[in-house]
Ligand binder design. Structure first.
Ligand SMILES: Cc1cc2nc3c(=O)[nH]c(=O)nc-3n(C[C@H](O)[C@H](O)[C@H](O)COP(=O)(O)OP(=O)(O)OC[C@H]3O[C@@H](n4cnc5c(N)ncnc54)[C@H](O)[C@@H]3O)c2cc1C
Length: 216
């Protein structure tokens, strides 16, 4: 799709310093949860663009991305201040690490990686499959969505760095599961080690790297 200007439908808090940004879907846009878009605008006369991953199970009329906001960042605070009816430029979708009707999904998510996790888990359940989310965060977000998924039969493990989420992976039925990993690079390193420790092949996993972790 050519870059297009779309309307902001809602900006919703989904936890501490975290928002779900719902945008109107352009007419020629189709995407899967796990793919990402490029959002662009001008801030103080400078053109700024960042990538954000789709967190809604579908993109039919609107689609959603989930962001954690670093108050010292450039684009995150700008997006958090948007209101319904504002506009933003969108290009995409991009990326190879997305849901493709796999019947069994295991999604490892760090920080804002929980966005694609809830999108993929919701779509897997809609399609009659089974799904597990292993989510590592100091300040977990999207608690409503995680709880709703759990009630629909998803296995959901949420923990901080010190918790043994490796044990959660070991407890999960991984045979025939497609593994997805989303988060900043430090989380991808952790997930790679945790998968190896649990005896799960890393090479077939679909991984998306959000870049170097924001500084504390
Ligand atoms: C493929 C891909 C997918 C992604 N998907 C998501 C997603 O779904 N959700 C999500 O939240 N993010 C996602 N990201 C990350 C996102 O694109 C941005 O990098 C992130 O939102 C930070 O952008 P920013 O402009 O707010 O921060 P930037 O201005 O780019 O700064 C990055 C960090 O540098 C530090 N910094 C910047 N300016 C200052 C300053 N003046 N003083 C001190 N420190 C400073 C801050 O720690 C800040 O977080 C993705 C990235 C990629 C590559």
């Amino acid at each position: 799709m050519d870059p297009t200007t779309v309307s902001v439908v809602t900006v919703r808090s989904v936890g501490a310093e975290a928002i779900a940004l719902e945008l109107r879907t352009p007419s020629d846009f189709d995407a899967r949860p796990g793919q990402f878009v490029k959002l662009s605008t001008e801030i103080d006369g400078e053109s700024v663009s960042r990538f954000y991953t789709i967190s809604s199970p579908r993109v039919t009329d609107t689609f959603e991305t989930t962001l954690t906001i670093d108050p010292s960042g450039t684009f995150g605070p700008y997006l958090a201040n948007l209101e319904s009816g504002d506009s933003i430029r969108v290009a995409g979708p991009f990326g190879n690490a997305y849901y493709e009707e796999e019947q069994r999904t295991l999604i490892l998510a760090g920080g804002p990686g929980v966005g694609p996790a809830v999108g993929i888990a919701g779509r897997t359940l809609d399609d009659g499959g089974t799904t597990t989310i292993v989510y590592r965060d100091e300040q977990p977000i999207h608690e409503d969505r995680l709880s709703a998924l759990s009630q629909r039969g998803a296995q959901v493990f949420v923990g901080t760095e010190s918790d043994s989420l490796t044990a959660a992976i070991e407890e999960t039925e991984t045979e025939n599961a497609q593994v997805f990993v989303y988060g900043f690079s430090e989380f991808l390193d952790w997930a790679t080690e945790a998968l190896s420790a649990a005896g799960v092949a890393v090479e077939p996993a679909k991984m998306e790297n959000f870049g170097p972790a924001p500084e504390e």
